[in-house]
Design a protein around this ligand. Sequence first.
Ligand code: ADP
Ligand code: MG
Length: 600
Amino acid sequence: MGAADHNMILPRIRQLDEGAVNRIAAGEVVERPASAVKELVENALDAGAARIRIEIADGGRTLIRVTDDGHGIDATDLPLALSRHATSKIDGSDLLNIHSFGFRGEALPSLGAVGRLTITSRAAGSDGAAMIHVSGGRIDPVKPAALRAGTVVELRDLFHATPARLKFLRSERSETMAVTDTIKRLAMAEPGVAFTLSDTSDGGDRVLFRADAAASLADRLASVLGRDFAANALPIDATRDGFRLTGHAGLPTYSRGNSVHQYLFVNGRPVLDKMLTGALRGAYMDVLSKDRHAVAALFVTCDPVLVDCNVHPAKTQVRFRDAGIVRGLIVSGLRHALAQAGHRASTTVSDATLGAMTPERPAAPIYQMDRPSFGARATAYTAQMPGFAEAPSARVEPPVETTTDAPEALPLGAARAQMHENWILSQTETGMIIVDAHAAHERLVYEKLKAQMRDHGIRAQALLIPEVIDVGAMADRLLELDLSKLGLSLDAFGPGTIAVRETPAILGNCSAKALVQDLIEELEEDESAAPLSLQSKLDAILSRMACHGSVRTGRRMSAPEMNALLREMEATPHSGQCNHGRPTYVELKMTDIERLFGRS
Ligand code: ADP
Ligand code: MG
């Protein structure tokens, strides 16, 4: 304001009434029905509930009801539960040492300010229940009520008092999905508690999610994320400087197209934290392409004084005293587990393969040849079976003579044949394996390049005649990167041109030009993405380089060569997926194959 304003009426400071204060706080605590559900379920968990039932209608907008069998609230405490900053969980002396979900004493008064809230409760050991109702901030007197045990909190017509908020709600479907996601996260945080979420819209009772009390985290994860996840995840347990990381992380081949299946917890509290998701991405960077996302449920635990969860009223963000340690723990803990997993690829890959291969059983007897769809189906079927197809390209290489030094007992079995100059068929004790030799080789070369770089720099091989390449504006960037420790030596040659003198020995006689052009592409891509650390940049370059070393593509391999590749895969970390997160092999168990032929 300018000096000309000095004769305006001086605004006076006044205390907002409690209703307004609560509505302001509600704006921070309750953004949408899912946040109200979160607060109410957390209260039930804090009360020691063993079973929690959640009912919603119209995406939670008209009704949210949470019923628990926890310790309840004493009738005389009910009005207090609705007043701001009143809590039974902390005494205020130590805000850094918190062991409950709630501690701010804000949720119930906030909900009472933006909806019609009724709490009915019977305190443990008390001989009767009581209820209290609040609507638009107006609190009614406590009344006796009927309830055998625990607490029922009912919230109707959320945001009826703040119509502006209502406008921000998404469709009923997406609000319902957000509520379901909230419950799933809390269910993972508390495996021992039974949860039921149902949709009671239009007088119905449709179960949206249900998890019985589980004996272990693994059991709970299986019931929330599916048995598939359990079969395709690695158990994680790592510690560093007072922090512990546990949980399960999905194999790279089990990745998804978005990050909604990443569940992170800090001291048992579900969090949505950028630093933690960034660390998760970093851990998989080497084994997943940029558009794929790991599936994981990870739990960071530490002394509560090492982390502040009082950053925001919704308590989904945290601030670690030393974020670097936590980041390092996640990256190294996960990388270690992924390396240990070695060549293991996801079981869903073979399930998906089988799904694609299994011919649908004809719905009608086969003699009805005039069914229009039968012909199409039959063609699709034969096309999958090279032996029967007419196309001349579908030929099978002659079988490999069996060697005794490639025992089928090894995980990737004994090579039996190669098809289309790429695919290796190998026999194991329990089935067969199809290896994408090209992808596998690429991965092995990448892992070797990384190992060489770690140990003593990548061995280079001089070109007989240096290759001069026109690289335009990228010349300076390439030269300043100093790729000589990557086995690539480049010199300035003229404006916009460089001379390649050496290429990595491991790549053999690769095309220097194609290699450099590919690296330029990687650098350009990198520029548009988030800035990477030098190490990750070098890894990305190595990964690109590895693609140029796949000499085995399009070449017939001898039996010893194939078996050597299989043995190398078994011994190499991360070899179950290629550098882009695709599987390098698929396993079909005998039982799967029998199923394919309708024999079981
Ligand atoms: P906070 O959870 O931060 O303490 P709330 O406003 O969510 O604040 O709840 C206020 C108080 O009401 C809690 O501290 C607790 O004593 C009591 N309370 C709320 N919900 C329940 C419940 N389901 N069972 C028992 N006590 C409850
Ligand atoms: Mg609470």
